[in-house]
Design a protein around this ligand. Structure first.
Ligand code: FES
Length: 303
């Protein structure tokens, strides 16, 4: 008995979005399916997508799967994951995302999550008119003749899942699980890909540290030019239209540090409530939009 997570069992006993989608019956909406595996050879999955053509959003997804508990749970999870995503976002969904959504899969069953990822790519490629046979994974040297698995596909699954053992490759894509004559080639590929990953690791860590430092760094204070530009923008777009509606106006006069001088004009000049106008309509708005420490004062119009 496999040690399945609660989520796997839940999606197996109550699969979401099972069955085919109806053909598209609205303009601007397409329905396609991608298929992997073969019922004659074991697991098979047909993933259906309903796509809004204008923005390539997945409006709906469903599946038809012939397979074991984890194949059905992976297919069900996949449909839930991709609904609402754009096709570009959906292409970022890899087999680990499917396994993670299910709280993990037994390693010997990881090929079910790989099957989901491949069916998703097949459906998207079909929608975009790309021949699935032209997928980079299917080009290149054939490593496992028993299961028809190519070198790029094995390299990809090693890199994406950081695999280090031949048995893991068999669990993820079945390669090596037949006559065994490809096991030495798979071992060589693991060594090669892991060496590539190790070479990239320092640069990746440095990039992640740089991003973390940038995110942690406090925002740089505004320069005087930036302050004036922002203040003028808020005055023009948010304050003056209100004052102009009442026959008044305001003009930026000077900025000294965080002390801002303005000239009230028109009906605002000499108005009994000009202090309230400065504090409420101008100062509080500028503090909120530009800088909390701004202090606004009025100066008399130049004679
Ligand atoms: S060639 Fe890979 S198991 Fe037979």
């Amino acid at each position: 008995m496999w040690d399945y997570s609660e989520q796997v069992l839940e999606h197996f006993y109550n699969p979401r979005n099972q069955g085919a989608l109806s053909p598209a019956d609205q303009p601007g909406v397409a329905v396609v399916y991608g298929e992997v595996g073969s019922i004659a050879c074991g697991d098979a999955l047909r993933l259906h997508l309903k796509i809004r053509e204008a923005d390539e959003i997945v409006l709906d997804a469903s599946f038809q799967t012939f397979g074991c508990t984890s194949a059905i749970a992976s297919s069900s999870a996949l449909t839930e994951i991709v609904k609402g995503k754009s096709l570009d976002e959906a292409l970022q969904v890899d087999n680990r995302a499917i396994a993670d959504f299910l709280g993990g899969l037994p390693e010997a069953k990881m090929h079910c999550s790989v099957m989901g990822q491949e069916a998703l790519e097949a459906a998207i490629f079909k929608y975009r008119g790309i021949e699935v046979e032209a997928h980079a994974d299917d080009d290149g040297k054939l490593i496992c003749k028993c299961f028809g698995i190519s070198e790029p596909k094995i390299r990809r699954v090693i890199a994406e899942n950081d695999l280090t053992e031949v048995e893991q490759i068999t669990s993820y894509v079945k390669a090596g699980g037949g006559c065994g004559s490809c096991l030495a080639d798979i071992e060589d590929l693991i060594t090669s890909v892991q060496a590539e990953l190790a070479a990239k690791a320092p640069a990746k860590v440095a990039a992640e540290v740089a991003i973390a430092q940038e995110q942690a760094a406090p925002p740089r204070p505004l320069t005087t030019v930036q302050k004036i530009s922002l203040i003028q923008k808020v005055l023009d777009e948010e304050v003056r239209p209100v004052l102009l509606a009442d026959g008044g106006d305001v003009e930026l006069y000077d900025l000294d540090g965080d002390r801002l001088s303005v000239i009230l004009k028109g009906a605002c000049d000499g108005c009994a409530s000009s202090t309230a106008t400065v504090k409420i309509a101008i100062e509080s708005r500028l503090r909120e939009r530009v800088l909390p420490s701004l202090v606004v004062e009025t100066v008399a119009p130049v004679a």
